[in-house]
Design a protein around this ligand. Structure first.
Ligand code: FNR
Length: 184
């Protein structure tokens, strides 16, 4: 049975390490697990006046994609010890209506990357809190961090095999959580 994941990247820059990490993961997945990425470049800043009937098309597509997937994979840098504004903004849009949003009950794997030693791990606390507020189900497991990312990413690819293996083990946990949620 194919598994449908959705990848979101918290950095918009072309040469993003976080993008390289999540793209490499997508390419390393076993054949039955699909993880398209939804780029967040065209998601406007959250505006409650536009939430509802006036919802921008791109936001509608994002919410549809989140609703259609079985699990989310987020990969983000840490900005000033916290969640990237790009990711927070996307999650804020996706979080409405608050008790019945496409994020509700959705298993989610959090990953961070950073050129630093800490690998962006401090942002994970805030990402987890946001997902919890959205009634999503962030995975409880050892955090996936890619530290020293500038050394591990080359030509848009993550080249560090231990990091790739660690991410694939996290995907196994995500799939187990999906099966639990879906009662399979
Ligand atoms: C950073 N960076 C950073 N790194 C980190 O480990 N902890 C931090 O708190 C911050 N804070 C921070 C704030 C701002 C505004 C910027 C622009 C950068 C460095 C950051 O990890 C680095 O630029 C990454 O390469 C960005 O991620 P992508 O774009 O490579 O995915």
């Amino acid at each position: 049975q194919p598994i449908k994941l959705l990848g979101l990247c918290g950095s918009l820059r072309k040469a993003s390490n976080s993008l390289a990490v999540i793209r490499t993961l997508a390419e390393s997945l076993p054949g039955h697990i699909h993880m398209p990425l939804f780029p967040l470049h065209d998601i406007p800043p959250y505006n409650a006046d536009l939430d509802g009937d006036l919802c921008p098309d791109e936001v509608r597509k994002l919410k549809q994609a989140i609703g259609d997937c079985q699990g989310l994979v987020l990969c983000s840098p840490e900005y000033n010890y916290g969640i990237s504004g790009v990711l927070k903004n996307a999650l804020d849009w996706a979080s409405r209506p608050s008790m019945n949003s496409p994020l509700k009950g959705k298993p989610a794997l959090i990953m961070t990357s950073s050129p630093s030693f800490a690998g962006g791990v401090r942002a994970q606390v805030q990402i987890r809190e946001t997902l919890t507020a959205c009634l999503s189900r962030p995975l409880n497991r050892a955090q996936v961090v890619v530290n020293h990312a500038n050394d591990k990413v080359k030509d848009g690819k993550l080249t560090d095999q231990p990091s790739i293996d660690f991410m694939l083990a996290a995907i196994d946990d995500l799939v187990a959580e999906i099966r639990l949620v879906e009662g399979a």
